[in-house]
Write a protein that binds this ligand. Structure first.
Ligand SMILES: [Ca+2]
Length: 306
């Protein structure tokens, strides 16, 4: 009896250890799976060296001035204070230039890194904007967002979807000058957009429909070109605008672009996955950016400037 018990006890302990080890491995595997699928929040600083003229039609990603025409200008400046992020912003202006009887001044700054993204995967869009009282254009005209879209998802179709603050629930009464205002261009799918061309469910120019309406009528739509800011054309008068903190979310992971005149102090973060993650600081907001840049990446072993 005693010899039997001596034989069975070690065997039972081995079984328990095997079960515990298997359970630990399973927990680690599930943890890793969960970590890899977790949404991320990223801030990217955009400075002048990040911007090129023209568009990303050659397949380049990054920032381009798009269809910026004579009389339109984009530049990176300090202020107007207090900026939504950092110390600078994008200055996006149009003059009262007249070309052939129409005011054609137009300024754009588009990002071409989202080409091919299904519109249905977009989960956030927002930006901050500042209209100077030096503007002489109609006070309802504030800088808006554009997305160049393949609405049929067939590689051929094209329209520009446009978000403008004046067509949102507050109307012109919500628009102000000489103050930063933040616009939610997604708003749970309830933000209003219009289309530059007729597409299923949306007429050209004059149909102001929700993002969800566009998706319902164009379920295969994808981003075809640029996503970003537009000022003009066809706006009589001078438009003096600033923009900052452009956010886009894809499948729950958001990226916010912080426009800055001065290149930030760069650092490199070493995280537990042994990957390096660029992060950025400016002298006045480095504490905020320290935590913002580290969120979503887990605790680092260390960080260093370079
Ligand atoms: Ca900024």
């Amino acid at each position: 009896m005693g010899a039997t018990m001596r034989r069975t006890r070690p065997s039972a302990h081995r079984s328990i250890r095997i079960v515990l080890a298997f359970g630990l491995l399973l927990a680690l595997a599930l943890s890793a799976t969960t970590a890899s699928a977790a949404p991320t929040t990223t801030t990217v600083v955009v400075t002048g060296s990040d911007i090129s003229s023209g568009d990303g039609s050659a397949g380049d990603t990054g920032w381009f001035t798009g269809d910026t025409r004579a009389g339109g200008d984009v530049s990176l400046v300090t202020g107007p204070s207090p900026t939504p992020l950092g110390t600078g912003s994008l200055h996006i202006t149009t003059t009262d230039q007249v070309d052939g009887g129409n005011n054609q001044a137009k300024a754009q700054l588009f990002n071409y890194s989202y080409v091919g993204t299904p519109l249905a995967d977009i989960t956030a869009m927002s930006y901050s904007e500042y209209r100077s009282s030096d503007s002489t254009s109609n006070q309802g005209l504030h800088v808006g967002l554009n997305i160049e879209v393949d609405f049929a998802g067939d590689g051929v179709s094209y329209t520009s979807l446009v978000f403008e603050p004046i067509y949102q629930s507050g109307g012109i009464g919500a628009l102000e000058s000489d103050v930063w205002q933040t616009w939610d261009a997604y708003n749970g799918g309830n933000a209003k957009w219009w289309s530059s061309k007729p597409i299923p469910g949306v007429c050209a120019f004059d149909c102001f429909v929700t993002w969800n309406d566009i998706l319902a009528n164009n379920p295969n739509a994808t981003i075809k070109g640029g996503f970003g800011f537009n000022n003009g054309s066809g706006w009589a008068g001078v438009s003096d605008e600033n923009a900052d903190a452009l956010t886009i979310g894809v499948n729950g992971s958001t990226t916010t672009y912080d426009f800055e005149k001065t290149p930030p102090l760069l650092c490199r973060v070493f995280i537990w996955t042994h990957q390096n993650q660029e992060c950025s600081f400016t002298s006045s907001n480095w504490i905020t950016n320290f935590f913002r840049n580290f969120s979503g990446f887990g605790w680092p072993f260390g960080a260093g400037f370079r």
